[in-house]
Ligand binder design. Structure first.
Ligand code: NAD
Ligand code: WQD
Length: 331
């Protein structure tokens, strides 16, 4: 299939482009590079041994998107483009709502106008809020604590309403848990700007000596060792989930958790990283971070049953590949 990948130069998008190309699809990337670099596109081509078409455009620009859809015969859209820093979304709510929601509306409108039926959307486990674990797709969503989370809830709603009004549309909402790791080549991975917010890149930068020590946000949760539990998923498994989702798209709205179904605490992850890479990661316990929940992990059985998708990489491989990328990364 000929697929439009918005945000394809970013972390998850770049790995997914490689997986799509390897599966025989053609890829057109639309990315404004607000959180990525043009080199990522070269690296996608290098790993996959195939070319992609790249446009540096803002996908909230409806006129440009209309031209793009007129110039290409897309069979599907995978919409990764979005702003994703939770803390920043509290400081810049309008930017987050505008970018994340308008992009979804513009692309959906273009799909309807140009007869493109297949749409895969990057949603997040954050839409479940502080629900009972494991999170199941059928759960009633609870309020999220930030504009980023709400932008995902609203985008899901917009796509659901669009699919109801346009029965030919086939929409899949993929709720990712905590993506980590990198392509085993070390050529693409997560390269956050400034000091990382997320645990794995922070741990990797401490291991590199770029940051002094990890601050563990709270050890008084009701979890195995008191630290926060999350469902870390290797980005290569996540990328494959998009290829499988695309293969199974059917009219209507279909929602899938993409997680491993296993929870790992902060301290378990730190120790796994140390063991996998033979390194020390100094840390200190500090108070809880505002807005954090104790535990978040998936019931991942629906994706396995309906898409035939299951995460195959464990926490050791995630830590190894994250470090392999970070240690060679010049930034
Ligand atoms: P990323 O920042 O690495 O990639 C997003 C890409 O979108 C970047 O290349 C950026 O330049 C581009 N972009 C942003 N706004 C754009 C716009 N208006 N027009 C064109 N390009 C634009 O982030 P990621 O981690 O790869 O996340 C991809 C998607 O998955 C996002 O929608 C994110 O919200 C979602 N998601 C991410 C995580 C995570 O922890 N990484 C978890 C759940 C969901
Ligand atoms: C994981 C655990 C922290 C950093 C966020 C978004 C979510 C999704 C994924 C996009 C928690 C602890 C972290 C640190 C720490 N993104 N931690 N010290 O918060 O589960 O999810 O990214 O959709 O929406 O909220 O991920 O990696 O920030 O935190 O102790 O320096 O690590 O408290 O328990 P989170 P995270």
């Amino acid at each position: 299939m000929n697929i439009l990948v918005t945000g394809g130069a970013g972390y998850i998008g770049s790995h997914t482009c490689v997986a799509l190309l390897k599966a025989g699809h053609s890829v057109v990337i639309a990315d404004n590079l607000c959180n990525s670099k043009r080199e990522a596109v070269d690296r996608i081509e290098e790993i996959a041994g195939k070319k992609v078409i790249f446009y540096k455009i803002n996908v909230t620009d409806s006129a440009l998107i209309d031209i793009l859809f007129s110039n290409h015969q897309f069979e599907g859209v995978i919409h990764f483009a979005g702003l994703k820093a939770v803390g920043e979304s509290v400081e810049k709510p309008i930017d987050y709502y505008y970018n994340n929601i308008v992009s979804t509306m513009v692309l959906t409108q273009a799909c309807v106008k140009h007869g493109v039926a297949k749409f895969v959307f990057s949603s997040s486990a954050t839409v479940y809020g502080d629900n009972q674990v494991p999170f199941v797709e059928t759960m009633k969503l609870l309020p999220t604590t930030n504009p980023y989370g709400e932008s995902k809830v609203m985008s899901e709603r917009i796509l659901t309403d669009a699919a109801t009004a346009h029965p030919d549309l086939a929409v899949t909402l993929l709720r990712y848990f905590n993506p980590v790791g990198a392509h085993p080549s070390g050529l693409i991975g997560e390269a956050p700007n400034g000091i990382p917010n997320n645990l794995m890149p922070y741990v990797a930068q401490v291991a590199k000596g770029k940051l002094e020590k990890l601050r563990v946000f709270g050890n008084d949760y009701g979890t195995i060792d008191g630290t926060g539990v999350r469902d870390y998923i290797h980005v290569m498994d996540l990328a494959q989930g998009h290829v499988d989702a695309l293969d199974h798209l059917a009219p209507g709205v279909h929602i899938y958790n993409l997680g491993t179904g296993r929870g790992t605490s902060v301290l378990e992850l730190v120790h796994a990283f140390e063991e996998a890479n033979g390194l020390k990661v100094p840390f200190e316990i500090v108070p809880r971070r505002a807005g954090d929940i104790a535990s978040c992990y998936a019931d991942a059985s629906k994706a396995e049953q309906e898409l035939g998708w299951k995460a195959s990489r464990g926490i050791v491989e995630m830590c190894r590949d994250s470090w392999n990328f970070e240690k060679n990364f010049k930034g």
